[in-house]
Design a binder for this molecule. Structure first.
Ligand code: DAH
Length: 356
């Protein structure tokens, strides 16, 4: 190719470059194109590569011609770059102009953890520190697990203490969290330490202290040489931590078919401190924690040898405890989903008082 042809070729290359550069829409695309156009393997680069084919006296002129063209292509790139950048900042400016500060902001979700859930979480943390696992059982339970496995045979009068919802599939809505004791024994064997928080159901007439749906936390510890003092120590620790005060407990005998002996652990009344008020029926004590030593029949049903192991169990009324802790006087507000009777859903730390 002689010099004249070379110049024509360069003009064509530049014209093509111009078209391609103008077509780019982004800075990145433009940068990519630039590398391709002015790189060694690009159209101008290969002209430089062919410089050896010219007679020595022409090589200087060829070099200059091609390099000048390269400079012009680079200038085209710079121009396009400035255009793209200013378009981008205009778009940004338009966005800012569209912002309307008078529009309402994003809606912040409102609400708070339910008092029963808050106490449940707290209790789970306390027991986890004492080496207990948190277990769950189904709300729709086998009749066997809810009764027989807990030493309550079909004819036992204790069945009358729990007015049960019987389901058409032969199962029951669990009347307590105690069936999880049996499930845990089968699942883990001995030794074991579990708590099982959850919802329970009874066919009750509703009033300020009775609900058909309420929460309990079951506890079970089975090991060698477990005795009543372990149980009482645990109860005191638990109640003191939840109530955030030094709780006094007293122990009375109580009857539950799944424990022997069975006891009732009471705490001194939250409202009057023990001097007597309407909440504690003027006794100064609140029934809070039925418990006992696991009955040998219950251990046997759970495939644990009662000659080798003993254990304690308890059934904490979680709903009751939450009501005590937060000063809620009517159990029905807890399931109502109506936050009006509650002073402030955000003040979970403080007392929540019902209107009634
Ligand atoms: N399941 C009993 C109830 O709901 C409460 C209970 C009492 C649970 C004594 C226990 C226990 O584990 O040892 O009335």
């Amino acid at each position: 190719m002689d010099i004249e042809q070379l110049k024509k070729e360069i003009a064509r290359i530049e014209a093509d470059a111009q078209t391609e550069i103008d077509r780019t829409e982004t800075v990145d695309a433009l940068r990519g194109l630039e590398t391709r156009l002015v790189g060694k393997k690009g159209p101008l680069g290969s002209l430089i590569g062919a410089i050896k084919e010219y007679p020595p006296e022409q090589r200087g002129q060829v070099g200059q011609t091609v390099n000048a063209a390269k400079g012009r292509v680079q200038a085209l790139v710079e121009t396009r770059l400035r255009q793209l950048r200013s378009a981008a900042s205009e778009a940004e400016a338009r966005k800012v102009a569209q912002f309307d500060p008078t529009l309402p902001g994003p809606v912040e979700p409102m609400g708070a953890v339910h008092p029963v859930t808050a106490v449940q979480w707290e209790i789970e943390r306390i027991f986890e520190r004492m080496g207990f696992t948190v277990e769950q059982g189904p709300e729709m339970e086998e009749e066997y697990n809810n009764f027989e496995a807990l030493n309550i045979p079909a004819t036992h009068p204790a069945r009358d203490m729990q007015d049960t919802f019987w389901l058409t599939n032969g199962k029951v809505l669990r009347t307590h969290t105690s069936p999880v004791q049996h499930r845990a024994m089968i699942k883990f064997g001995a030794p074991l330490r579990i708590i099982a928080p959850g919802r329970c159901f009874r066919y009750e007439t509703l009033d300020a202290s009775h609900e058909n749906t309420f929460h309990q936390v079951e506890g079970l510890m089975v090991d060698k040489n477990i005795s009543i003092p372990n149980l009482i120590a645990m109860a005191k620790t638990l109640l003191t931590e939840v109530m955030k005060r030094e709780v006094e407990v007293r122990v009375r005998p109580g009857f539950f078919p799944f424990v022997e002996p069975g006891i009732e652990i009471d705490m001194n009344c939250e409202i009057c401190g023990g001097s007597g008020c309407a909440t504690c029926k003027h006794s100064g004590w609140i029934e809070i924690l039925p418990a006992g030593m696991v009955h040998p029949n219950v251990l046997r049903a759970g495939r644990i040898d009662p000659e080798e192991y003993t254990g304690f169990a308890f059934g904490l009324g979680l709903t009751r405890l939450a009501m005590m802790k937060y000063g809620i006087r009517d159990i029905r507000v807890l399931n109502a989903g109506d936050i009006r009777p509650i002073v402030s859903p955000r003040r979970l730390g403080g007392p929540i008082v019902s209107e009634a």
